[in-house]
Design a protein around this ligand. Structure first.
Ligand code: SF4
Ligand code: SF4
Length: 330
């Protein structure tokens, strides 16, 4: 499977249309699988692994007494009965998808599929009329799209050849070779700077921040023509103090080129997906961030000046909530 991905073929776990806040105009988001970080608040845990994975919805399952087709379909014995529903032994599961094929209730689904560059772009191009009118285009997200750097570069190169505006959302945690390869074909870069304290960064994301900050400075120096939007997800107990946010602002003020800055409020929309993957949500019990807290932080940043804030934080949070309700993903 993984030997078959590369420049022409990648693993995609979602294609989401009509996004209006991940780059200019109306956009189609293409979510690539694979991520080297493990942010405790991640709302897309199905993106972590590069390989397709089976998701199981306990609430949709009819019960094994009345159904049980998945157990019959599974050749590895990974599915057992558990209190009338099923349990998947992830050590035995090969993610073949036979159970999902057999399930009449759509309680099982395989998240992630191999797609070629043309297959992805043909889907994206279905909405080209909206891009033309709104100045929109394609945005690569994830996971971390730079995990599949060859595929991402080819997708964006071909998208440019088809006349699309291009954007990418990245953690910035990648080798420079991958960044340089992909950024050649990017118009707008959304770059996460989560926290300036490296130890805290490592504790809450699994990696320290030096590589990310070095990459950011090098991008600013070597790609002066790109639009750069820096994003900070504001997470209670991690980086929601004024000190944390102003440390990012101070870092940005020392960058000698304009960048835009955006705060993203913590929400719990992805919590159910952890259970579907047989995982535990790391921030269980932590409440979503109050919108008023975001507004206070945004005002503080404006007072500091020298950084262009992207306004309407609350509007953005509402849009993301609506998007989740409509599509089940962010
Ligand atoms: S994906 Fe395949 S191996 Fe895994 S539980 Fe389903 S049928 Fe069994
Ligand atoms: S096939 Fe689907 S509905 Fe039937 S027991 Fe398995 S998961 Fe539940």
């Amino acid at each position: 499977m993984l030997q078959q991905i590369g420049r022409d073929t990648g693993v995609v776990f979602n294609i989401q249309k009509f996004s209006v806040h991940d780059g200019p105009g109306i956009r189609t988001l293409v979510f690539l699988k694979g991520c080297p970080l493990r942010c405790q608040w991640c709302s897309n845990p199905e993106s972590h692994s590069l390989i397709p994975e089976v998701l199981y919805s306990n609430t949709k399952c009819i019960t094994t007494a009345e159904c049980g087709y998945c157990q019959q379909a599974c050749k590895t014995g990974a599915i057992t009965e558990s209190e009338g529903k099923i349990a998947i032994n992830r050590d035995l599961c090969t993610n073949c998808g036979d159970c999902a094929e057999a399930c009449p209730a759509l309680a099982l689904e395989v998240c992630g599929a191999r797609m070629t560059v043309d297959e992805v772009l043909d889907r994206v191009e279905e909405d080209s009329i909206f891009y033309t009118r709104s100045g929109g285009g394609i945005t690569l997200s994830g996971g971390e799209p730079l995990v599949q750097a060859d595929f991402a570069a080819e997708l964006l190169k071909e998208a440019k050849q088809r006349g699309m505006d291009t954007a990418i959302e990245t953690t910035g945690f990648s080798d420079w070779e991958n960044i340089a390869k992909v950024l050649k074909y990017v118009d707008t870069l959304h770059f996460d700077i989560k926290c300036m304290d490296s130890e805290k960064h490592k504790k809450h994301t699994g990696v320290s921040n030096e590589k990310i900050l070095d990459n950011f400075k090098r991008i600013c120096a070597e790609f002066p023509g790109k639009t750069i939007v820096v994003r900070t997800p504001v997470i209670p107990g991690f980086n929601d103090t004024e000190e944390d946010i102003l440390a990012v602002v101070d870092f940005l003020r020392n960058i000698t080129r304009p960048v835009e800055y955006e705060l993203m409020g913590y929400h719990r929309f992805g919590e159910g997906k952890y259970a579907a993957l047989g995982k535990t949500y790391p921030l269980s019990g932590v409440a979503s961030l109050d919108n008023e807290r975001l507004v206070v932080l945004e005002k503080l940043i404006k007072l500091k000046g020298a950084v262009t804030m992207i306004p309407s934080v609350i509007k953005m949070v509402k849009k993301r909530r609506l998007q989740y309700e409509q599509h089940g993903r962010l």
